[in-house]
Design a binder for this molecule. Structure first.
Ligand SMILES: Nc1ncnc2c1ncn2[C@@H]1O[C@H](COP(=O)(O)OP(=O)(O)OP(=O)(O)O)[C@@H](O)[C@H]1O
Length: 359
């Protein structure tokens, strides 16, 4: 297993990049701890696959160094890096049996045949592939094929990390959770460094200890699901994580108050003191807003425009000034009929300056 460091990595697919916009990946500096389970999350085109391919060696970065346990591997090809990669579509030898597919990476490295046999049986058992070992890979369903791809990575004892690029895309929804659970089990059992690319936040949250949020070629934040929910470092993280995402409203800061176009609300004084200069927004999770039918100090007036049921709570949309606020109201709490007041608890109200959280 390995600790993986990206040292000032940047990548452009253009031969002569002229500006920052020409870079698919912009100055990334990060460490992936040995044995960590990471999800790389971000919308389409933000650079996730580029980053993964730089780690695996499929791509040489335009700038910077890749270090595995302190050793510079930037120029090494994938086969010299002891990395296993599982792609969106299973990469298998269709005409070979499942056994031979699993054995391939070991035989390729001239591992003794008795060791090959014992290792293949061990991995097949873990992945529930034992009944299929003598079958041809071509006849199997997509989830079994994807397990074989994974198994080909796991059979090698020297594998440093396993990289997954949206591996569940071709899997039926009802089988996805089984495979995800299997991945978690394997992570615990083997203590492998796992990096998993997805644009699905539920998948990221159930799989990873740490989620890495990418946006427009930059790495915005690394944190546990809880940290990303409670303290998003950037408005994109606030909006992208959570369903519905964080409410974000432009404001000015005046003393300890955020001045919105629908009224003023109190800020945490310690945060207000660090506001500085720039364009401000406040952000608050739908879960933390409160609705009342009576005016209150520090609350803003609004009008309820819709109520949607979501599990045991309701998502209420409130129009206030030029903004539409989403409020999550737990079961049993009353919802005002039409006009209402929206309360912003200061402890839960985040202030962003030029899109970044004021801490
Ligand atoms: N081989 C390539 N040549 C030129 N540009 C590329 C190439 N591969 C990716 N790009 C561009 O680099 C940027 C990042 O792409 P990348 O595939 O890394 O993003 P992604 O986050 O993995 O996207 P997706 O979720 O859609 O797979 C995009 O603008 C993409 O168009």
């Amino acid at each position: 297993m390995a600790k993986i460091e990206l040292e000032n990595i940047a990548h452009s697919y253009r031969a002569k990049p002229a500006s920052d916009d020409d870079f698919a990946l912009k100055k990334v500096q990060t460490v992936w701890e040995d044995g960590g389970a990471y999800a790389l999350l971000g919308s389409s085109g933000c650079g996730k696959t580029t980053m993964l391919n730089i780690i695996s060696g499929l791509l040489t970065p335009s700038q910077g160094r890749v270090l595995f346990d302190g050793k510079d591997v930037t120029k090494l090809p994938p086969e010299k890096r002891n990395i296993a990669q599982v792609f969106q579509f299973p990469v298998l030898y269709d005409t070979m049996t499942v056994f031979d597919n699993l054995a391939f990476p070991l035989r390729n490295r001239k591992v003794d045949e008795s060791e090959v046999r014992s290792r293949v049986h061990e991995i097949a058992e873990i992945l529930d592939l034992s009944p299929y070992l003598n079958k041809r890979a071509s006849g199997l369903a997509a989830d079994a094929k994807q397990k074989i791809s994974l198994g080909r990575g796991l059979v090698r004892k020297d594998v440093a990390a396993i990289l997954f690029d949206e591996p569940l895309t071709v899997i039926d929804p009802h089988l996805k959770w089984q495979l995800r659970r299997k991945l978690k089990e394997i992570h615990h059992q083997f203590g492998l460094t796992l990096i998993y690319v997805t644009h699905d936040q539920t998948e990221a949250m159930t799989f990873a200890d740490k989620i890495v949020i990418m946006y427009d070629g930059a790495l915005l934040q690394i944190g546990s699901p809880d940290e990303l929910f409670e303290d998003p470092a950037h408005t994109f993280v606030g909006y992208f994580i959570g369903s519905p995402g964080m409410n974000l409203l432009p404001c000015k800061v005046d003393g300890n108050q955020a001045v919105l176009d629908c009224g003023s609300i109190p800020l945490d004084p310690a945060v207000a003191a660090r506001a500085g200069q720039g364009e401000f927004q406040i952000g608050i999770r739908p879960l933390y807003l409160e609705l009342t039918d009576e005016p209150r100090d520090g609350a803003v007036a609004g009008r309820i425009v819709s109520v949607e049921f979501e599990g045991s709570s309701r998502i209420v949309t409130v129009e206030s000034g030029s903004s539409k606020l989403k409020v999550r109201v737990p079961e049993g709490r009353p919802i005002p009929a039409d006009s209402c007041w929206v309360v912003f608890p200061p402890r839960r109200t985040k202030l962003f300056r030029d899109q970044y959280l004021v801490k």
